[in-house]
Design a protein. Structure first.
Length: 399
């Protein structure tokens, strides 16, 4: 039996970065480090402690992350980061190691998989986003453009070389099987998890984020609103419901989509909309408890391309969720299977407004209880057990 190797985690985002990806990767790294040597190649400044002997060991890879709106500068920075990671892997990897990576930046998995192949190491990709589909859906690429075809060609080579692919949504399977039936054996379904304890939080009138407006029913929108999101549908629904004094919209977040609806509000001044600055982690639970229902607005053709991690925390709060999404998307399947919210057609503000009006007129406490109950299924211990079984099995030569 061959000697066990180490796990090399490659991620652009790692604490002190506060993104969801950073939280996911540090949880996995810490858990695996309890059972095997783990080395993290991080693109986040301040993540490494020189001279530390603690596990997991962290090595910072020089990285610069311009804003998402600066597309050319961001693309250049991501290519340079990917190149530095590739060279670092060639230095650090040994035969029998396993590389664990995510799909951001989008060139990173190609480089990391190639390095693993050259060094005769295993490789596992956590499929948070599928390219070029994300870029096509967001309007940045044409489906049959040369760039899209090139990415699909690279995908075919990468998927053939990967040891395993972790999908966080069941809807991804159909898209990955387009790269061949052999992908079925490589796919492992490990959903993300709620970071908040599942329990129905009461609606309190003295909640600091709620007490400023007199509306009986509050609709929330929170988080990063990037190219895959369509927050405009939420703003247009608010416009359609502006005469409903009992319904108010509470919006907080960041990203290019959030900047857009803030500009729309500055031009329109809807009386039923309140914007809140990005909420600190320690205040997140209080903020999420302020709304009666939360909206996750996605663009069309999302199914299989991306899964909203925030979805599980909203359920854990005991709050119904309104999704603008195709019905076959992972989150939409959960909502429909367990009746924990509503699914509306992407881009249809009138459908969303109608669902909100219906929810406001018939609040269902049982739906909130079901949401918190379902969130218990998406928990950290179960996810970590699955990651350990997969990754450590490869490290120990027992896939």
């Amino acid at each position: 039996m061959r000697k066990s190797g180490k796990v090399v985690v490659v991620t652009q985002h790692y604490p002190p970065d506060q993104s969801t990806t950073a939280a996911i990767m540090v949880a996995i790294s810490d858990h695996l480090a309890q059972q095997a040597p783990v080395l993290v190649l991080s693109g986040s400044p301040g993540s490494a402690f020189p001279g530390s002997s603690a596990q997991p060991a962290v090595v910072e890879i020089r990285n610069r992350m311009p804003g998402k709106a600066a597309l050319i500068q961001r693309a250049t920075a991501e290519i340079l980061f990917t190149l530095r990671v590739f060279l670092a892997l060639l230095r650090k990897l040994q035969r029998g190691d396993v590389v664990l990576m995510v799909t951001a930046p989008f060139m990173l998995p190609y480089a990391a998989t190639a390095a693993a192949r050259l060094k005769r190491a295993g490789s596992v990709l956590i499929m948070h986003d599928l390219y070029p589909e994300v870029l096509v859906m967001s309007g940045l690429l044409k489906p049959q453009s040369l760039a899209a075809k090139a990415m699909r060609g690279l995908n075919a080579l990468m998927f053939r070389a990967l040891s395993a692919v972790v999908v966080i949504g069941r809807d991804t399977e159909k898209l990955l099987l387009q790269y061949g039936e052999a992908m079925r054996a490589k796919m492992h379904f490990i959903p993300n998890w709620a970071t908040l304890s599942p329990a129905v939080r009461p609606i309190l009138p003295d909640n600091p984020y709620r007490k400023a407006n007199p509306a009986r029913f509050v609709v929330g929108l929170s988080g990063n609103l990037g190219f895959t999101h369509d927050p405009v549908i939420v703003f247009e629904a608010a416009r359609l419901l502006r005469d409903r004094a009992d319904i108010h919209f509470l919006l907080s977040g960041w990203g290019i989509g959030f900047d857009r609806i803030k500009q729309m509000q500055s031009e329109t001044g809807l009386p039923n909309v309140t914007f809140v600055d990005r909420v600190a982690d320690q205040d997140l639970e209080t903020f999420l408890a302020a709304a009666d229902v939360w909206v996750i607005p996605y663009r069309k053709d999302l199914a299989g391309v991306s899964v909203p991690s925030r979805f599980y925390n909203l359920l854990a709060m005991g709050r119904p969720v309104m999704l603008a999404s195709e019905p076959e998307a992972e989150a939409a399947q959960i909502v429909r299977e367990h009746d924990v919210g509503w699914v509306v057609t992407p881009g249809k503000a009138d459908e969303l407004a109608g669902a909100i009006a219906m929810a406001a007129s018939s609040q269902d406490e049982a739906r909130a209880e079901r949401a918190a109950g379902i969130a218990q299924r998406f928990n950290l211990p179960d996810a970590m057990q699955r990651y350990a079984q997969l990754v450590l099995g490869l490290v120990r030569g027992n896939p």
